[in-house]
Design a binder for this molecule. Structure first.
Ligand SMILES: Cc1cc2nc3c(=O)[nH]c(=O)nc-3n(C[C@H](O)[C@H](O)[C@H](O)COP(=O)(O)OP(=O)(O)OC[C@H]3O[C@@H](n4cnc5c(N)ncnc54)[C@H](O)[C@@H]3O)c2cc1C
Length: 426
């Protein structure tokens, strides 16, 4: 049996374990995760965040028996977005197909449960609190806190700051670009409120607020009635990061985002002040494989800005693509991982570009963006053969390759890029 070592039990790593173990060729999978098993540690909302899954991610997950029904238990469907405006009014978009929103860690827990109920230790071993610290590609070994393990294929599914990817730096012709986006973020959690607050925030919709300096709050309902999401703000013009006390947090939200401020209890304001600012890293690599025995997938290969809501979707889609390559190359691992680079790179690079520039950060361009989306979708509904759907519809409601979407929206991307360069001069 071929030994596959997967480093990182995030959505990509755990889904890959499922896909490999159900293959008839019989793989032995060891999954190594530096953190503890999320199913045995108390759940902390401060350590996680909601993600939206679209066509691409849901298709990947739904291939595993039982997962579709289990996701419905922990997720909520979102049928569009309400963009709230300062004057109490709002613009709304609707979707023909809903997004499924759920918590990232709960998704991982669900996939782990399905794994351990389906496979036993004869083929699957999960190792938590087990960071991989070193790799020896010549000997095909990885170093763990308690032992050194041998592999036939090592998969780096260890996120944007991938340790496995670090190994590629010593190899010939590897090119790599890491960029922090000019926007930072902090998580935001509003507990369930039974008070009749106006305006009511409709369930089944993403709620978004934006102020003139480009700061955005995005909140989604959770199955327990709470709301969670993020506030995204420019690193340069950064009033949010300097809010150091609960009172200053409350004052800020009540002044700039009153619908959020009135729903924020003092305890969350205090927690928000103490929560660290998170940076957003985007990653581009010239290849995702090394020789015939190391592969990168998910954020380790192509981390992207969360503003486009596709990082996890693309990470899950990677698994489907790799699985199809194993079919095509009759489980010849070396050929499949080499082809993975060839097939996936154009889309992964296009996704990073779309993540950076599909959605504008200035209010003026944002209004133009919303109007363009509406017009494109309207024309597409009336004359589907002559007009393509909008950029948003293509990203969120189709599985059209990202490279094709980028190609057909080059002029819009160039316009946003130019506007961002003017606004975020460093
Ligand atoms: C605020 C926010 C909102 C987002 N919203 C969305 C969204 O709406 N839709 C969407 O599709 N995506 C979204 N994303 C992106 C999404 O979360 C990521 O793209 C996705 O989690 C990537 O999955 P992954 O498995 O590749 O990596 P990760 O989720 O980063 O998992 C990597 C795992 O590897 C482990 N690890 C790291 N190093 C080691 C090591 N040396 N040894 C062992 N284990 C290790 C980590 O502990 C982690 O568990 C969002 C991201 C953020 C930050």
């Amino acid at each position: 049996m071929k030994k596959i070592a997967i480093v990182g039990a995030g959505p990509a790593g755990v889904l890959l374990a499922h896909y490999l173990l159900r293959r008839e060729s019989g793989y032995q999978v060891d999954l190594y995760e530096r953190l503890s098993d999320p199913r045995t540690t108390s759940f902390s909302t401060a350590r996680t965040f909601p993600i939206s899954l679209t066509e691409r991610g849901l298709h990947a997950l739904n291939q595993i028996p039982g997962v579709e029904a289990a996701i419905r238990q922990i997720g909520l469907e979102m049928w569009g977005t309400h963009f709230h405006q300062g004057n109490g009014k709002m613009r709304s978009t609707t979707r023909a197909k809903p997004l499924m929103t759920l918590d990232r860690t709960r998704l991982v827990m669900l996939l782990l449960d399905q794994l351990t109920t389906t496979y036993d230790a004869s083929r699957l071993n999960l190792h938590f609190n087990c960071p991989c610290t070193q790799i020896n590609p010549e000997m095909q070994t990885l170093t763990l806190p308690t032992h050194v393990a041998q592999y036939d294929l090592l998969v780096g599914a260890d996120g944007a700051r991938s340790m496995v990817r670090g190994q590629f730096f010593n190899t010939e012709l590897f090119e790599f670009a890491q960029k922090y986006t000019p926007t930072d973020y902090k998580s935001l959690i509003l507990p369930r409120s039974d008070a009749d607050l106006e305006p009511a925030l409709e369930a089944g919709k993403i709620h978004s607020w934006r102020i003139k300096d480009g700061t955005i709050v995005m909140l989604l309902h959770q199955p327990d009635g709470s709301m969670s999401g993020v506030i995204l703000f420019s690193r340069q013009n950064n009033q949010v990061a300097s809010l150091a006390t609960g009172q200053s947090v409350l004052d800020f939200f009540r002044q700039h985002f009153p619908e959020v401020g009135q729903r924020m209890p003092a305890s969350e304001a205090e927690a928000f002040a103490n929560r660290p600012v998170a940076r957003i890293l985007t990653i581009r690599c010239s290849h995702y494989h090394y020789r015939d025995s190391i592969l990168l997938i998910g954020d380790a290969a192509h981390a992207v800005s969360p503003s486009i809501g596709q990082g996890c979707n693309a990470a899950l889609e990677d698994v489907v693509i790799f699985d199809a390559l194993l079919d095509e190359y009759s489980d010849h691992l070396g050929a499949a991982i080499e082809q993975f680079t060839i097939r996936r790179k154009p889309d992964a690079h296009a996704l990073v570009e779309l993540g950076d520039y599909a959605f504008p950060s200035t209010t003026g361009l944002f209004v133009e963006f919303v109007l363009r989306q509406r017009l494109a979708d309207l024309l597409h509904r009336r004359f589907p053969d002559r007009f393509a759907p909008s950029l948003s519809t293509l990203v969120f409601e189709s599985s059209v390759p990202y490279a094709e979407i980028l190609q057909s929206h080059q002029s819009w991307i160039a316009k946003v890029k130019q506007s961002n360069e003017k606004n975020f001069k460093t």
